[in-house]
Design a protein around this ligand. Structure first.
Ligand code: HEC
Length: 222
């Protein structure tokens, strides 16, 4: 009787863990997809509506204010503020050859950017990674260089003087039009949700074990 109860409870607990894991993964996919769409929408609005106005209003072409002129920096700063109130969610604009060191791709990001470079039709990639022992779900989309980017990312001598003063001339140059040089990455940590799923499954195991025992006792005693 006791063995049957334990085996049945293990099945119920195991099944509950599996179902909760599926739910955690589905939830992470929805959240990261919404964040990526939001980031892409903000970027499009900045490039198409704000940047032309800013360029028209900034009279000195050699003066460069990254906070005003660079959509990627604006996104990064937004994302940093967002992360402060939403731990477990993060955004990284990762490049193989960045102007700003904080945008350098790590080994996992380099591998994914290489996939985008070798498969130009690939517009989105997602999956699971372990970072510092933490299970994370990622979604990424490639960034391809356009001719308009080359003013600042081809040769240092073509870039605004203020940009050179801020970022130097060592990295972030020699990009080619059509080349995929970077990708946006959204990370959603699964660590806490998976731990919660495990704890809930253990609770369900004990509850169902207690229910089985009570039922058997009731059958015997009545
Ligand atoms: C007016 C100059 C300018 C133009 C034009 C420009 N960028 Fe940049 N870009 C910058 C600067 C400056 C940064 C560093 C911003 C920061 O501090 O994160 C940057 C950063 C980036 C990054 C993050 C990696 C890095 O280098 O730090 C990517 C990716 C990027 N730019 C892609 C592009 C693309 C794609 C275009 C064209 C659609 C473009 N940029 C046009 C100046 C420019």
């Amino acid at each position: 009787m006791c063995i049957t109860s334990i085996l049945s409870s293990i099945c119920i607990g195991g099944m509950s863990y599996w179902l909760q894991k599926q739910h955690v993964i589905a939830e992470a996919k929805v959240r990261s997809s919404i964040l990526l769409d939001y980031i892409n929408a903000s970027s499009t609005f900045f490039e198409h509506s704000q940047k032309p106005l800013i360029n028209a209003l900034l009279v000195d072409n050699d003066k460069f204010y990254p906070e005003l002129s660079n959509g990627f920096m604006v996104l990064r700063e937004f994302a940093n503020l967002f992360e402060k109130n939403n731990s477990g969610h993060s955004f990284h604009l990762a490049s193989l050859n960045p102007l700003n060191d904080v945008n350098i791709a790590n080994s996992n990001e380099k591998r994914i950017i290489s996939n985008f470079r070798s498969q130009p039709a690939l517009k989105k990639k997602d999956g699971f990674i372990k970072q510092n022992g933490e299970l994370i779900y990622y979604t990424s989309s490639p960034i391809t260089v356009k001719t308009s980017c080359l003013t600042c990312h081809s040769k240092p001598e073509n870039a605004p003087r203020t940009q050179i003063m801020l970022y130097g001339t060592d990295n972030g140059y020699d990009w080619q039009a059509g080349e995929t040089i970077a990708a946006t990455f959204i990370y959603v940590s699964l660590q806490q949700s998976m731990q919660d799923a495990k704890n809930n499954a253990i609770k369900i195991f004990f509850i169902s074990f207690a229910c089985f025992l009570l039922t058997f006792l009731a059958i015997i005693l009545l």
